[in-house]
Design a protein around this ligand. Structure first.
Ligand SMILES: Nc1ncnc2c1ncn2[C@@H]1O[C@H](COP(=O)(O)OP(=O)(O)O)[C@@H](O)[C@H]1O
Ligand SMILES: [Mg+2]
Length: 239
């Protein structure tokens, strides 16, 4: 298997339901998905289709009722909790619609946080801090390093969130409607940044978006409705 077709992510038969009062609401009805290392996949579908639920399961934040998530060849949900947490910290990065920056930390501290959480101290932490600073500077935030999120625009906050997500060099970046809260011009700049970094660093990108134009920038477009991948929606990965 050539490197470009080695899967970073394989999802098989994932089901998830939630208890809604008396009723059990099945949100995912057996989802299958493949994403190659270094690939780009756009997941589209109307609100309520189950996209975020699926991303939380792939992101190892929410356990499926059934099915498998194979990340870097490991059946992630069958691992012990501590190994799964380790895999999540090493392999995955997240970007959310509402940024999820910590309000009491400045841009540089927010970006450096994953290294702190991974236990980096002393010289290693300083290395990460300098890496975070370079990243923020490259993202046009050199004058914003010590601003807290409340003093940053939406686009700036999302660029900080992207720098944070990339700090530990994840192999898979999961982005759930990263421009959903931004005006179009700002959103376009954030996406340009995301795709540029993807080209440069080669992480695989799993992106949820409503923006049809983005589809062109992904090798795979997957449509999801009512908790199922539409049968004819997966475009083949070009070799
Ligand atoms: N924790 C939960 N408890 C109950 N229902 C949930 C929960 N999370 C999601 N849902 C329901 O699952 C469906 C899919 O939600 P979601 O995955 O957020 O959709 P999308 O991201 O595609 O808009 C919705 O009907 C939502 O209300
Ligand atoms: Mg969602």
């Amino acid at each position: 298997m050539s490197e470009s077709t080695t899967p970073i992510l394989t999802v098989r038969g994932v089901r998830r339901s939630f208890q809604a009062g008396e009723r059990k609401l099945e949100v995912l009805h057996g989802v299958n998905l493949d994403l190659a290392a270094h690939g780009r996949l756009c997941l589209m579908g109307s609100s309520g289709a189950g996209k975020t639920t699926l991303l939380n399961i792939i992101g190892l934040l929410d356990r499926p009722d059934e099915g498998e998530v194979i990340l870097q060849g490991q059946d992630a949900w069958s691992l012990p909790n501590s190994s799964r947490a380790g895999l999540r910290n090493r392999a995955l990065g997240f970007v959310f619609q509402f940024y999820h920056l910590l309000p009491e930390l400045d841009a540089l501290e927010n970006t450096t946080l994953p290294a702190r959480l991974a236990g980096a101290r002393g010289a290693r932490l300083r290395e990460y801090r300098s890496k975070a600073k370079s990243s923020l500077e490259a993202f046009g935030l050199g004058q914003r390093l010590h601003h807290r999120p409340g003093k940053l625009s939406g686009g700036e906050q999302q660029r900080v969130a992207i720098a944070r997500a990339l700090l530990m060099e994840p192999q898979l970046l999961i982005a759930d409607e990263p421009t959903g809260n931004l005006d179009r011009a700002t959103g376009d700049r954030v996406l340009d940044l995301l795709f540029e970094e993807q080209q440069k660093r080669g992480f695989a990108l799993l992106l949820v978006t409503h923006d049809q134009r983005l589809a062109k920038r992904c090798e795979q477009i997957v449509h999801m409705e009512d908790g199922q991948i539409q049968a004819d929606s997966t475009t083949p990965i070009p070799h």
